[in-house]
Design a protein around this ligand. Structure first.
Ligand SMILES: [Zn+2]
Length: 70
């Protein structure tokens, strides 16, 4: 996606997602979490047991629906 396309969609505000290890908000696309210094994709027990996977999936679907104006 070019920056022009991004502007048209009004997606200038960086998206925040949860670090799957420490469950703190980080910018989408962050590889190493600045809070816990662990790869942000690495799921911790707290992340799995707290059902954050479903919470994040729901948020992701909502973002896509918003972008496509459905
Ligand atoms: Zn973290």
């Amino acid at each position: 996606m070019t920056s022009k396309q991004r502007k048209r969609q009004g997606n200038l505000v960086p998206t925040l997602i949860l670090c799957r290890n420490c469950i703190q908000y980080i910018y989408e696309g962050t590889k190493i979490c600045p809070h816990c210094n662990v790869p942000a994709e690495q799921e911790s027990e707290a992340y799995i047991k707290g059902n954050y996977r479903y919470f994040e999936a729901k948020k992701c679907i909502e973002r896509i629906l918003k972008k496509t104006n459905l």
